[in-house]
Design a protein around this ligand. Structure first.
Ligand code: F0G
Length: 351
């Protein structure tokens, strides 16, 4: 028996399962909580990065998908469907393959990072690219779910939130019971901020912790409906994972913000890309562009003088950098094309 048994076995008492529930797992969760030395120095805080890219399909979605697909099997469905900006589809396709379910994926045409698309395809999902954005794809999925016996595994499925809340438990456990002062997180469809807040609150209700973090959600400036207070018809951002104009969990995200005395703010694509390059080069951790929004948010908050010195800070890095190789290559770093000779290398190095 592996020492880490996946989120359902590890957090069974907090999750809607019985002894008969047929668990579908890849041993997700238990992702590294990494002290960020340079970022801590820069922001005068104690900063940790929760690297959710270390989950089995490379994003935080595996926590929620483990729970959702487990319940799909328990409910007796034979097929699942999701709209996705990429990661949900990759995770759904993998868990569906493991459970022997059909998987239908609806994605906005041309706006999915290659790593994510290749995952959905290789796991055997039927992938439909539609002329429309994520919000329209999700509307279509809801219609399909109403009409056909297909289980929707987007975060409007409450079991997704249940699975994802385990991230909060893990952070507290990895900090030996300490509670972050600030929890920075990217916001797209707003399921994850909802889930983390639920997790922290449940740990408090159970007496495992005494305080709660401020929830600090960050949207991309071109896709910031919650910040601007209205849906965005044509959301745009380099961070395609959070290119969402009408988040399904809008109200819950606002509740997390207000109850925790936190904020939901936005960061520009330039700010996102600065952190996207900073993390792999200065901290050694490669995340995808949307994930860097949490760190960009931390830097913005620090610069605005709104961060209490010495605070314990968590930034969620939601997905692995390998998900979006195009974005990485487009950052302009060059390779050196040289003959296969020592002298040629040494010359470039200036030795
Ligand atoms: N970061 C990444 C890497 C994501 O893939 C997503 C959402 C988010 C952040 C935002 O999380 O939606 O819970 O607020 N991706 C979804 C998808 C929409 O289809 O993969 P959220």
């Amino acid at each position: 028996m592996p020492t880490w048994r996946g989120i359902i076995e590890e957090y069974r008492e907090f999750l809607p399962v019985t002894d008969k529930t047929p668990i579908v797992t890849f041993g997700e969760g238990n992702t590294p909580l990494i002290f960020a030395k340079n970022l801590s120095k820069e922001t005068e805080c104690e900063v940790y990065l929760k690297f959710e890219g270390a989950n089995p399909t490379g994003s935080f979605k595996d926590r929620g998908m483990c729970m959702a697909i487990t319940k799909t099997v328990e409910k007796g469905f034979k097929a699942v469907i999701c709209a996705s900006t990429g990661n949900t589809s990759a995770s759904a396709a993998a868990y569906a393959a493991r459970a022997g379910l059909d998987c239908i994926v609806i994605i906005p045409k041309g706006k999915i990072a290659l790593g994510k698309l290749s995952q959905a395809i290789m796991h055997g999902a039927k992938v439909f690219e539609v002329d429309g954005n994520f919000d329209q794809a999700l509307e279509l999925v809801v219609k399909m779910g109403e009409k056909y016996p297909i289980d929707i595994v987007n975060s409007i499925n409450p079991f997704r939130i249940e699975g994802q809340k385990t991230g909060a438990f893990e952070i507290v456990n990895q900090l030996n019971g300490r509670v972050p002062d600030y929890h920075f997180i990217p916001v797209g469809n707003a399921g994850n901020i909802t889930a983390y807040w639920k997790g922290y609150k449940e740990y408090k209700d159970k007496g495992k912790i005494k305080s709660l973090p401020k929830m600090m959600g960050f949207q991309a400036a071109g896709s910031a409906p919650i910040v601007l207070g209205h849906p965005i018809e044509k959301p745009e951002t380099i961070a395609t994972a959070i290119r969402i104009g009408n988040p399904a969990s809008w109200k819950q995200a606002e509740a997390a913000r207000d109850e925790s005395c936190g904020t939901i703010d936005m960061v520009t694509d330039d700010e996102i890309l600065e952190s996207y390059r900073y993390l792999p080069s200065k901290e050694g951790i490669f995340c995808e562009p949307a994930s860097a929004a949490s760190v960009a948010g931390l830097k913005k908050t620090f610069k605005a003088g709104k961060l209490k010195k010495g605070s314990l800070v968590i930034c969620i890095l939601t997905g692995h950098g390998l998900k979006d190789p195009d974005c990485a290559i487009n950052q302009g770093a060059k390779t050196y094309k040289v003959p296969c000779k020592v002298e040629a290398i040494v010359k470039e190095l200036g030795y």
